[in-house]
Design a protein around this ligand. Structure first.
Ligand code: ATP
Ligand code: MG
Length: 356
């Protein structure tokens, strides 16, 4: 199969980890006789340096004309002092909006060999396998007004939390569809005891559940969900929630089972190309040292093969290779534990390729 992939390495460790993922994709091309075209473009701080904006129209056009997008990470102290509209993170917000990436999917899975790196006891995290589905293009991150204001004569600020039923139903439907292929349980997280938008969300979820009789729907308040993720994460299969709650809960879920450097994500659109990236940031503290963990980005490439290209076998080959490498005791610095072998970024990539 021929596919066009837009590659946006970004800042910090972005270029190093993206290189690892592309190396792995080239093994897939050779083994399965596919042909991937990689088109590189800037995003984030490096885009600001070169093009004067964290995401140029040219890059957006490239992304829109591609079959999928692989992204490294954006941001770093170098750009912290810029005005908000020029900051690297604006590139991310803009690409989500421009490509209509309405849902962010983050699988969190138990890796037995990484259990020592988890902050939780093994008996709590054993067999955890959950999928966070976060609404990504609505809610308080995008509502207007969002500004400094005067409230009853006093200086203040306002942000606006807005959702249409259509936006809510789109992401709920995705969650139910995913649950159908998994353990058939959806936990819808909201704050319906306080927020009107959450009451609407809960209504929509209850209505949607009627169309999925084989999927069990459960509602949970966000504060309780934050607690349950730590005390009993095994109860969850698919967790679906709005943008800000999902931002916070998906970071929380990501640390349950081990390292940040291991977890992949997909930001999907309905009809256009979807975007794949590791969940961790640009890690400026370790950039350029060849010590970053490339596995989250490599596993994001596997998600791309599965979701965007429907290449299940190819995706599994990568995932199995990552499992095998971990089982052999190979580790980057972030997941190093007793009796394991320290590898650099590029050595880890070589091990994954060798396993494949
Ligand atoms: P962002 O705001 O972009 O989410 P962040 O401030 O949450 O970024 P990260 O960039 O994810 O932070 O880094 C958090 C810590 O985790 C840093 O100490 C970083 O070095 C480490 N880290 C992140 N990703 C990796 C990786 N792939 N390999 C090794 N360490 C990593
Ligand atoms: Mg973060």
């Amino acid at each position: 199969m021929e596919k066009k992939i837009a590659v946006l390495p970004g800042d910090g460790i972005g270029p190093e980890i993206i290189k690892g993922a592309i190396d792995v994709l080239q093994v897939i091309e050779a083994k399965f006789d596919h042909s991937f075209e990689y088109n590189y473009a800037n995003i984030g701080g490096s885009a600001f340096d070169e093009e004067g904006t964290p995401l140029s129209d040219k890059t957006i056009a490239l992304c829109k004309s591609s079959d999928a997008i692989m992204l490294g990470a954006v941001g770093g102290p170098k750009w912290d002092a810029l005005p908000v509209s020029s900051r690297p993170e604006q590139g991310l917000l803009r690409i989500r909006k421009e490509l209509n990436l309405f849902a962010n999917l983050r699988p969190t899975k138990y890796f037995p060999s990484l259990a020592p790196a988890s902050p939780l006891r093994q008996e709590v995290i054993e067999n955890v396998d959950l999928m966070m589905v976060r609404e990504l293009t609505g809610g308080i991150y995008f509502g207007t007004p969002s500004e400094r204001t005067t409230i009853g004569g006093k200086a203040g600020a306002v942000d606006t939390l807005l959702y249409t039923k259509e936006e809510i139903n789109l992401v709920l439907k995705k969650a139910f569809e995913i649950a159908k292929t998994r353990s058939k349980k959806v936990t819808s997280v909201d704050k319906a005891n306080v927020l009107e938008s959450s009451r609407l969300w809960r209504e929509c979820a209850t209505e949607m559940a009627v169309q999925y009789p084989d999927v069990k729907l459960e509602h949970m308040l966000v504060d309780n969900a934050a607690m349950q993720l730590i005390s009993n994460p095994r109860q969850f299969d698919v967790v679906v929630t709005e943008n800000m709650f999902g931002d916070i809960l998906s970071d929380e879920a990501s640390v349950l089972t081990g390292s940040l450097g291991m977890l992949a994500s997909a930001s999907i659109s309905e009809a256009g190309p979807s975007l794949y990236e590791p969940i961790h940031g640009s890690a400026p503290d370790i950039a350029g040292q060849n010590i970053a963990n490339p596995l989250a980005t490599i596993l994001s490439a596997a998600m791309m093969l599965r979701i965007s290209f429907e290449m299940e076998q190819e995706a599994q080959l990568i995932e199995n290779a990552v499992d095998a490498v971990l089982n052999k005791g190979y580790r980057t610095k972030d997941i190093l534990s007793a009796d394991t072998t320290l590898l650099t970024t590029s050595q880890m990539v070589e091990q994954v390729k060798a396993e494949m």
